[in-house]
Design a protein around this ligand. Structure first.
Ligand SMILES: [Zn+2]
Ligand SMILES: [Zn+2]
Length: 240
């Protein structure tokens, strides 16, 4: 699949990733991406940078090698109401927010609790993306939650890293794709790259989405106009 943006990538500020923002942006430019989301781990994750990393993102140029930079974060969903490890004031300084469950931060729990965790995060107006939610150990009521994601205008992520490193989640991802299709919930296809050369590379996700005949018009980062319309929409939502 040809993407115009990759909205979930890591730099070596998350210490189990291995490239700098310059290297990431240079690779993104070489494959024709127009936008790059720099979304390092929020403070509660084991390998996260200090909050100052996020606060100082403002010193970076808006564009590197012709690729527009989204100053982002991968926030941790850290309770069963969908609370995050970053305050609204902190999120307001960033331009893109992925919210994910990570096992070092939130323990597996009942389907009801995980459903509420995702719904709570989706109701946070700063959140753009529900990150890699196909996790095998964190099943939720996909039908109920995806309906809410759609109502809240949030993007469901299909994450190449999850497909390659957590194969047990593949079946859940397919279920999620079918329900996004059913509810008209928009999606993003991201690499979750931890090394520059992986940016924009999404072969396993593309194969799965082809299998379920996923509607192209629901994938916001596969088309420039659609993606820019989403960015304008998120701006209105955050400033409302
Ligand atoms: Zn993650
Ligand atoms: Zn990530």
């Amino acid at each position: 699949m040809k993407l115009i943006a990759d909205t979930h990538t890591h730099t070596l500020a998350s210490t189990h990733a291995y490239s700098t923002i310059l290297e990431n942006a240079q690779f993104a430019a070489s494959i024709g991406l127009l936008y790059l989301g720099m979304t390092d781990h929020a403070p509660k994750m084991t390998d996260a940078p200090h909050w100052w990393h996020f606060e100082s993102l403002r010193i970076l140029p808006d564009e590197l090698f012709g690729v527009k930079l989204l100053r982002g974060i991968e926030a941790n969903i850290c309770d069963y109401e969908g609370g995050l490890d970053v305050t609204d004031e902190q999120l307001a300084r960033l331009s893109f927010v992925v919210a994910s469950i990570h096992s070092p931060v939130l323990a597996p729990a009942s389907v009801e609790e995980i459903t509420q965790a995702y719904i709570g995060a989706a109701k946070n107006r700063h959140v753009d993306v529900i990150g890699h939610s196909g996790l095998a150990d964190y099943p939720y009521d996909y039908d109920t939650a995806i309906r809410v994601f759609a109502e809240e205008g949030k993007l469901v992520e299909f994450n190449e890293g999850t497909f390659s490193s957590r194969p047990a989640s593949a079946e859940n991802c397919k279920t999620i794709a079918l329900l996004c299709k059913k509810h008209g919930c928009r999606a993003v296809v991201n690499s979750d790259a931890h090394f520059a050369y992986r940016i924009g590379q999404v072969p396993l996700v593309s194969k799965m989405l082809d299998e379920v005949d996923f509607p192209k018009e629901l994938i916001v980062n596969a088309d420039k106009e659609r993606f820019e319309a989403y960015l304008a929409e998120r701006k209105r939502r955050v400033n409302a």
